[in-house]
Design a protein. Structure first.
Length: 245
């Protein structure tokens, strides 16, 4: 095993509404509905929570209910199948909803020799796929218990949310031998204030109203983005593909 000097710092990125527009579990739910794995009632419920999420940000009660329903849906399903499904969803739905600004910031952290870790309430399998496909260091997500490769419907250590994200970041920094004062964290949600306060370089991204007030009071840097930037990135990607052909 090749070893080298520890990274100078780590940049932690929330996923939903920070790295991509909307909730990753919603897009996973749409794909499951198209495959007949969940009902129209389920997807309408997911859709309502997605619309509210885009309008006002995360709600802990919604996160909990969506996660609980998701756990019910995966009982008995195969972990390897979820990983394959997550790759499919990334290609068909997530890649066209990535915020180009935050993806670019993450890649600049990598170019500077820092680790980049995603940290999200979404399923670990989906978080891993997003991190791998974008070339990031790794991901922390909500870990679903498996027995003989099948999901039991139980969580290993609760939802990766709020204080859970802060604990995951703290553990990662300790494992990498990095001082959290030298680290970055990016999020849109006031629920991630424990994570943002943990690092020396907190940055808010399209913050919800509560986080906006909190960040302004502390003079934290703020990144503002509009859906038009995603549409522009998609058009540019299509032009590049056309030139290759």
């Amino acid at each position: 095993m090749v070893t080298g000097p520890p990274p100078r710092a780590i940049a932690f990125f929330d996923v939903d509404n920070t790295l991509l527009r909307g909730a990753s579990l919603y897009y996973l739910g749409v794909g499951a509905w198209r495959r007949g794995l969940i009902s129209l009632r389920d997807i309408l419920s997911f859709g309502w929570k997605q619309a509210r999420f885009l309008a006002v940000g995360e709600n802990p009660a919604h996160v909990s209910r969506v996660s609980e329903r998701g756990l019910e849906l995966v009982i008995g399903h195969n972990q390897a199948a979820l990983i394959r499904f997550s790759n499919e969803i990334f290609d068909t739905r997530l890649v066209q909803r990535l915020w180009p600004e935050t993806v670019d910031v993450a890649r600049r952290h990598l170019a500077a020799g820092r680790e980049v870790w995603l940290i999200s309430a979404t399923a670990q399998e989906l978080a891993d796929v997003i991190a791998t496909r974008l070339g990031f260091t790794g991901a922390f997500g909500t870990v679903l218990e498996t027995v003989d490769g099948a999901f039991t419907g139980r969580l290993v250590d609760g939802i990766c949310h709020g204080q859970g994200k802060a604990r995951a970041a703290e553990a990662r920094a300790a494992a990498s031998g990095v001082d959290l004062a030298d680290c970055w964290a990016y999020s849109d949600s006031h629920n991630d204030i424990p994570l943002l306060e943990l690092v020396g370089h907190p940055v808010v991204v399209n913050p919800d109203a509560v986080l906006h007030r909190y960040a302004v009071a502390r003079r934290w840097p703020m990144i503002r983005m509009k859906p038009a930037s995603i549409r522009a990135a998609i058009r540019a990607s299509k032009k590049r593909q056309t030139r290759r052909v």
